[in-house]
Design a protein around this ligand. Sequence first.
Ligand SMILES: Cc1cc2nc3c(=O)[nH]c(=O)nc-3n(C[C@H](O)[C@H](O)[C@H](O)COP(=O)(O)OP(=O)(O)OC[C@H]3O[C@@H](n4cnc5c(N)ncnc54)[C@H](O)[C@@H]3O)c2cc1C
Ligand code: FES
Length: 270
Amino acid sequence: MTMTPARYRVTDRRVETADTVTLELHPLDTPIEAPLPGQFTMIYVYGVGEVPISVSGLAGARGIVHTVRAVGAVTDAVCAAGPGDLLGLRGPFGTDWGVPAPAGHDLVIMAGGIGLAPLRPVIRHAIVQRHRYGRVAVLIGARTPGELLYPDEYGSWRDAGLEVLVTVDRADGGWPGRVGVVTTLMDAVRFDPAAATGFVCGPELMMHFGALALTDRGLPPAAVRVSLERNMRCGIALCGHCQLGPLLVCRDGPVVGYDRAAPLMAVKEL
Ligand SMILES: Cc1cc2nc3c(=O)[nH]c(=O)nc-3n(C[C@H](O)[C@H](O)[C@H](O)COP(=O)(O)OP(=O)(O)OC[C@H]3O[C@@H](n4cnc5c(N)ncnc54)[C@H](O)[C@@H]3O)c2cc1C
Ligand code: FES
């Protein structure tokens, strides 16, 4: 069954930004297993191709939510799908973010751009289990205000007791918030490095500097988790397309500790 996509119908489509949409999908066939936060599925667009996409949420009646940025042939086709259209799903695959984190830990969740999508289930978990943790900070960065994902949800995240900090790389005069890369938000965040877990997702360069900002503040590299991206074909450790050093990212990732990821990240050569 892992190589045969299950048919899912698009039941809702929400435009997030100029190039990004969120799709809610419900099964027509036997549903795939419930994904853990951080896992991904392979989405198949019939007649076009297949891409790995992280799960950005769950919906009732075994529904799966994906947030997809259109960057090429297959993601263009996924983003063009609307209510009633059929897509194929395989999975869920890969490692997860490892929540629940240890009780009492502070959580620092740092996202750049589309990287907020795979972290949304961690945010949902932190809200549902708010009592379990100390401080929970969500640091969000985007290139421009118009590229922020889920801005309508930040208010409810704050109401649930999360500290939500937002910055953009570039803004015009109408933007009332902070301007600068996401790591600049670290100045405003307090956490106990001896009892904290970091979650970082975004472009590889951003994850590198995000993880460094956390380890510079005393968090052990193994307590910082990042989500790696590599081109994938099979999703189940058969084809070797996603090889990254000793890792097959579809099986040993996408989520790995920064202690393992640091020597493998492409930014090492920069
Ligand atoms: C585990 C995992 C989870 C992902 N989760 C999401 C998600 O939640 N939302 C989302 O929008 N995207 C996600 N992606 C990225 C998505 O899979 C790629 O954008 C997609 O495969 C591009 O396929 P395409 O046919 O549309 O474009 P292509 O024509 O294949 O590629 C378009 C451009 O994107 C580059 N590219 C392709 N794949 C990748 C990749 N994996 N990493 C970096 N650059 C790439 C290509 O080099 C090219 O420049 C994830 C990738 C992985 C591995
Ligand atoms: S995608 Fe085939 S081995 Fe990972």
